[in-house]
Design a protein around this ligand. Structure first.
Ligand SMILES: O=C(O)CCC(=O)C(=O)O
Length: 282
């Protein structure tokens, strides 16, 4: 059935650059994704990495673009309400899938995701982007991904965190982001004044999601209690005004090589088998 996003949620997404949507995905999709993440942990892609491993062996696991190998993820991309939700929030008629990313913390992990925006890392550019952040287990606001409302409209180039430095296992070929030499302002210290920045996060249940613009500042998730892990599946959706852009100051995940191999060029609309058009359905 076609999901319907309420008008006040659509307004909030445009105004704040994020919105909580409760109960958008039924049990079928949560179970499907849970099986998918189990499979993903058994068979990580070459892009998978541990971002953090502490002295007690607790980890933060990350993988991306695994949908090409994992059936459950593919079913979700093509068959779940996610594309429709993104289309309604962005007011876009054409929706392409960009990529999925998985973030799994083992119970008690203290690692927190550094504050950042997504678009400065991406091989695409445009206002109409929508990330759907879905916890597959209950999470309280204190530990969930947090956001700075309205930060998607600031339109300034900010130096972003180098996630390539999160590499305790010394993996090779890890994407690096280096803003040295860029005309970029330093990233504000959100943790120094969360109230001043209006930081917001939510108590969430499986089936809920936060949809956010790729320009919205986000981070801060983690610092888990000893008995709680956090398994999160995210999908990134591209709307009408998004085109390919290769950046000077580092891309992560860097899709420029696979895009080039497939004949996709800067200035073009992403498409083809890796960035499939989901809406309008063919
Ligand atoms: O879940 C997290 O801690 C990170 C999520 C994130 O940064 C993203 O989805 O862009």
């Amino acid at each position: 059935m076609r999901p319907v996003v309420a008008p006040d949620k659509i307004e909030a997404f445009d105004r704040d650059g994020l919105v909580l949507l409760e109960g958008m995905f039924d049990d079928h999709w949560i179970k499907e994704l849970d099986r998918g993440v189990d499979e993903n942990r058994r068979n990580p892609t070459p892009r998978a990495r541990i971002w953090d491993r502490d002295s007690e062996g607790r980890t933060m696991f990350y993988d991306s673009q695994a949908w090409c190998d994992i059936d459950e993820y593919r079913q979700f991309v093509f068959g779940s309400p996610a594309a429709e939700i993104a289309a309604q929030l962005m007011g876009s008629s054409e929706i392409n899938f960009f990529f999925d990313a998985v973030f799994e913390r083992s119970p008690g992990t203290q690692f927190t995701t550094p504050w950042h925006q997504d678009e400065p890392y991406w091989t695409v550019e445009g206002y109409n982007t929508c990330s759907i952040w879905m916890p597959l287990v209950p999470v309280s606001a204190k530990h969930a991904l947090a956001f700075v409302p309205g930060s998607h409209r600031k339109n300034r180039l900010l130096a972003q965190h180098n996630f390539g430095a999160l590499n305790p296992d010394g993996e090779t070929d890890v994407d690096q982001v280096d803003f040295t030499g860029a005309e970029a302002e330093s990233f504000p210290d959100i943790d120094a004044d969360p109230e001043g920045f209006g930081v917001i996060s939510f108590d969430m249940q499986p089936g809920d999601c936060v949809a956010f613009n790729s320009r919205t500042m986000h981070g801060g998730s983690g610092k888990l209690p000893a008995d709680a892990g956090l398994r999160v599946f995210t999908t990134k959706w591209l709307g009408d005004d998004v085109f390919i852009k290769f950046r000077e100051h580092g891309m992560d995940p860097d899709h420029s090589a696979v895009m080039t191999e497939r004949g996709l060029k800067p200035g073009e609309r992403p498409g083809g088998d890796l960035y499939p058009r989901i809406l309008p359905r063919r």
